[in-house]
Design a protein around this ligand. Structure first.
Ligand SMILES: [Zn+2]
Length: 258
């Protein structure tokens, strides 16, 4: 009766999941029944790749007469766990099916995945996210003016986003709280590349290393020698790379061992 198509992608953004939860009036908190409905996808302690699985599970359970009370949803030993207070055998069977299906779906991106046991903890991941998690170099940073604003850098950043890298913009610019439209060019680039707003840091002319330090960035690409030098001097694991160098792209790929 319930069948998951292997060609389907199960990724939903936080916004999409929140919209869905609101559209069904949310779920009920099985511990604190006096609390308001659950409409925040943060309740599900799993990554977005599984949100589609959870959505179709909720739809099917509701059809089966579930009272929408959940006590906890999380990842355990690489698989989805969906806890409820009470339900029929059919309801429990459907939950069992979703938990089993989760071992075939990458928790990060919703593409076909498998259980990986060689990365310190159990995770169900696709080949790309397995590789990324294994070498640990998934987070990269770009300056904007004179760097990401260049079409060649923009298309490289887009490639990285498409490959599942965590791409950030760290710029000396001032945010546009005070002056509207100040950064429209920057937001336009981010939209084309697929960088969400919360991954843009305006340092407001402070040294970029103050932000980059200890945050696990693999590299920061910039055209400002002062910024690059101050990153180098801290000996942080973040590699300062100069976009003015003709081999900038090769150097980035070298750091990522792509
Ligand atoms: Zn993946």
């Amino acid at each position: 009766m319930f069948y998951i198509c292997s060609m389907e992608n199960f990724y939903l953004s936080d916004e999409e999941m929140s919209e869905y939860l609101n559209s069904i009036g949310g779920l009920c908190n099985g511990y604190f029944t006096d609390k308001g409905p659950i409409v925040d996808p943060g309740f599900f302690c799993v990554s977005n790749g599984w949100f589609g699985l959870i959505k179709s599970l909720i739809n099917d359970l509701t059809d089966l007469g579930w009272n929408k009370e959940t006590t906890q949803v999380k990842e355990k030993f690489g698989g989805l766990r969906f806890y409820i207070n009470a339900g029929s055998d059919e309801i429990h069977q459907r939950i069992g099916q979703a938990e089993k299906d989760s071992y075939t779906v990458c928790e990060k991106c919703g593409e076909p995945g498998e259980l990986r046991k060689d990365i310190g903890w159990y995770f169900t991941l696709c080949d790309t996210h397995h590789k990324l998690t294994k070498n640990g170099k998934t987070k990269v940073s770009f300056d904007y003016d004179g760097t990401l604003a260049l079409p060649s850098v923009e298309s490289f950043a887009k490639e990285l986003v498409n490959d599942g890298y965590d791409v950030w913009v760290v710029t000396s610019r001032v945010g546009d709280d005070e002056t509207p439209n100040l950064n429209d060019d920057l937001w336009g680039s981010c939209e084309r590349i697929g960088i969400p707003k919360h991954k843009v840091k305006f340092t407001n002319f402070a040294d970029k290393i103050d932000f980059l330090k200890d945050r696990g960035f693999a590299f920061h690409l910039d055209d400002d020698l002062y910024e690059l030098t101050s990153i180098m001097e801290t000996k942080d694991s973040c590699q300062p790379l100069n976009v003015g160098h003709s081999d900038w792209k090769i150097n980035c790929l070298e750091v990522l061992k792509k």
